[in-house]
Ligand binder design. Structure first.
Ligand code: ZN
Length: 361
């Protein structure tokens, strides 16, 4: 029988991670960690006809059967990801219970010693259906070091109020930030009014039920040195929407070929009824993933790291109230911890991708 040596993630970011001993609670779970990794190793669910990358996964919780899962590719480079397949497989064999269940997901990852890197869309489905207490175990098929990551380490929602809001400009640059990335609230009301006006025009949503997850309805603006790209959700009856940020990203890569993000703004009009204006928009991780990839293209062409700021804004549309509600500040990298990225495909692919993006300019 294979032996894995389990270590727990204590901190880190892309490409570097601090590992430590398991907590006493986690030590009690070693049996189930072994079970889900063994199931993942024996899984033959994957059918990756485009990528040829086999995601082998297993899932369970205490007292429940262990299910196998994997990625299934179809259409044109479209995929049911391993973690999406995990949700289906798990729910097919486990009843939904009180919601306090701790589910354990095992993923075979030959890159020993690193946390798994679920994509943004998979974070969305796992967050909504498996819950934030999920644990993700990644380990190589030959046994050895296996990494235990709490799903919460892949999430980020502790946004900070933007201190520059009342001062006219952002003074709190992170070291990697582009100096030109000042979000001037000089013309703040105009900017917000523009976003609301354009967002309403762009949004195509005859399908979402009113009042459910209002903070997930938002508009996006990606500002570069030369252009402003606006986006809003685009839904059709098949429930495979294009989200607001993704829509703006596509515009940036379309005719203008301008991935040089200075800053991004995400704005919701639906803040105040349920939260008193104190909650930022909930930007889906899938959307964060798309902005992250645009930022990667920017970095490959510029040949340096940049981490543009992202402003999360609520606005009021009730008469007699200030247009701007509240502003929070994060960044393209901060709000997507341990991201899935083309950088996982290795230096040779990154060289190819750089050339591809340069030729598209
Ligand atoms: Zn995924």
């Amino acid at each position: 029988m294979l032996k894995w040596d389990f270590k727990s993630v204590k901190g880190g970011s892309f490409g570097k991670v601090t590992l430590g001993e398991l907590s006493p609670e986690q030590v009690k779970s070693i049996g189930i960690y072994d079970c889900v990794l063994t199931a993942a190793m024996n899984s033959d669910v994957a059918n990756p006809k485009f990528s040829k990358y086999f995601c082998k996964e297993g899932v369970s919780r205490w007292g429940a059967p262990v299910s196998k899962a994997g990625n299934i590719e179809y259409g044109f480079c479209q995929a049911l990801h391993g973690e999406e397949s995990v949700v289906g497989a798990f729910r097919a064999s486990c009843d939904r219970n009180s919601g306090h269940e701790t589910i354990v997901l095992g993923i075979i990852d030959e890159e020993s010693g690193m946390p798994a890197a679920p994509c943004g869309n998979c974070r969305d489905i796992m967050l909504d259906d498996l819950g934030a207490n999920l644990e993700i175990i990644s380990g190589p098929s030959k046994g050895g070091l296996a990494v235990v990551t709490g799903f919460k380490d892949f999430l980020f929602d502790s946004f900070k109020d933007w201190a520059g809001f009342n001062e006219g400009a952002d003074k709190r640059y992170s070291p990697g930030a582009d100096k030109g990335a000042i979000f001037h609230f000089f013309n703040q009301v105009m900017q917000v009014t523009d976003m609301v006006k354009l967002g309403r025009r762009l949004e195509n949503d005859p399908y979402s039920p009113k009042g459910l997850s209002p903070g997930r309805k938002y508009y996006a603006l990606i500002a570069t040195g030369k252009n402003k790209f606006y986006g809003a959700h685009h839904l059709m009856c098949d429930y495979h929407p294009v989200y607001a940020v993704e829509r703006a990203v596509i515009k940036a890569l379309d005719e203008q070929k301008d991935p040089f993000i200075k800053y991004a703004i995400i704005l919701t009009e639906n803040d105040s009824e349920d939260s008193g204006g104190f909650k930022p928009p909930h930007v889906m991780y899938r959307d964060r993933q798309h902005l992250y990839e645009l930022n990667l293209y920017q970095e490959l062409i510029l040949k340096k790291e940049v981490d543009p700021p992202v402003y999360l804004v609520t606005c009021n549309n009730r008469p007699g109230q200030k247009v701007l509600g509240r502003v929070w500040r994060t960044s393209v990298k901060e709000w997507l911890p341990f991201p899935f990225s083309a950088r996982h495909f290795g230096a040779e692919f990154i060289e190819f991708l750089t050339k591809h993006q340069e030729e598209r300019q």
